[in-house]
Design a protein around this ligand. Structure first.
Ligand code: TXA
Ligand code: MG
Length: 345
């Protein structure tokens, strides 16, 4: 199969029209959202959804998010939309929040990996919502990467992973947030399954206490204890050995990175994922700047593209600076630790 790429900045109508036609015909379409690129299929079509799992090499026990164009389009997908869910949808939709809700009877089992809940989100990206609206069905979409690879924040990342496996990529430029949506379960009480840029703190201002699932910052057990099946699979890993480097201060982090770098670089190329504040400490070494430590959302936004950049530069070892795990820093640490397979220094 040849993979066509259409630039939405130049050819929006044609791109969205062809995209919607392909979705209706049971094909896959990669499309931009404000978080990361999604790999979409008709969420009501079992066979189309099965193609997502095949193209990504995704384990069948990892359920998908259904994307809707309007808040109210979530209603037929769930059996109950609680007051808490309504309040969250009113405030955060369209936007980077996914709600896990009891599912209605109309959703194919492969979307939810046979769970009795469904994950729903209304994306905060005009082209994404326009595509869903034109297709006339909810779009099931995981991130448009090969399973276990870093999520794609540019159309080129999608092409690198899925060229020849899908008919169309809609190129909407760089994703503004760069990290996937927050995933929140509500029953029996609010539980954060995947942190994102709708932070725990922002959710708590609306609905009170939100618990953070233990597997957000730790390795989930293989025994099925993970309520979000995605937690237990390898994630976000580039083709290199990755370490997250923690410390009490920037001075400690940079010192540990420089020591490990100098010990490792004779054996193969090393790249440091640095921040504006720490970059001066790495002169003479290979580094890329993710963002500003005082704006953890900026560091989050470029983590995945920096991982891919370091990989493309031939890195054999990648050192990622840790951030404090609160606010957007929690989303960052969740992704960084998984990309490192929980190896840290
Ligand atoms: O920002 C995003 O959410 C992007 C864009 C494309 O919308 N999508 C995305 O999808 O990140 P994916 O499939 O890569 O991640 C979905 C996560 C997985 O960790 C999955 O296990 C979890 O949501 N999930 C989906 N349905 C669930 C359910 N019913 N219960 C618990 N977790 C669920
Ligand atoms: Mg993903």
């Amino acid at each position: 199969m040849t993979t066509q790429m259409i630039n939405l900045a130049q050819d929006r109508e044609r791109g969205l029209t062809l995209g919607a036609e392909l979705i209706k015909a049971g094909q896959l379409v990669a499309f931009p959202t404000e978080t990361v690129y999604g790999l979409g299929a008709n969420g009501f079509d079992y066979a189309a959804v099965a193609k997502i799992f095949e193209a990504k090499g995704r384990p069948a026990d990892n359920p998908l998010i259904l994307h809707v164009a309007h808040r109210e389009d979530a209603l037929p997908l769930v059996s109950t939309f609680s007051d808490t869910a309504k309040r969250l949808a009113e405030i955060f939709w369209p936007g980077p929040l996914t709600l896990v809700l009891p599912k209605s009877g109309i959703i194919p089992n492969n979307v939810t990996a046979n769970l009795d809940t469904v994950a729903v989100r209304c994306p905060g990206h005009d082209d994404a919502r326009a595509l869903i609206e034109k297709a006339g069905v909810p779009i099931a979409a995981p991130s448009a990467n090969t399973s276990s690879r870093p999520s794609p924040t540019r159309a080129q990342h999608v092409l690198a992973d899925l060229n020849g496996k899908i008919p169309l990529i809609l190129d909407g430029g760089e994703c503004t947030l760069g990290v996937e949506s927050t995933v929140l379960a509500l029953e029996p009480k609010p539980l954060l399954l995947r942190p994102g840029l709708v932070t725990k703190e922002a959710l708590e201002r609306v609905i009170g206490e939100v618990e953070v699932h233990a597997a957000v910052l730790a390795e989930a057990s293989e025994d099925g204890g993970a309520p979000s099946p995605g937690m237990k699979h390898r994630h976000y890993a580039p083709n290199a050995e990755v370490f997250v480097v923690t410390g009490e201060s920037c001075a400690e982090i940079t010192r540990k990175i420089c020591e490990s770098y100098d010990a490792a670089h004779a054996r193969g190329k090393c790249v440091i994922l640095a921040t504006e504040q720490t970059a001066p400490f790495y002169s003479g070494r290979n580094y890329v700047i993710m963002g500003n430590r005082d704006k953890p959302e900026s560091v989050c936004t470029s983590l995945f593209s920096c991982l891919r950049e370091a990989e493309a530069a031939g890195a054999q070892t990648i050192f990622i600076e840790a951030l404090e795990a609160k606010g957007a820093g929690l989303a960052f640490m969740n992704r960084a630790l998984r990309s490192a397979g929980f190896r840290f220094l």
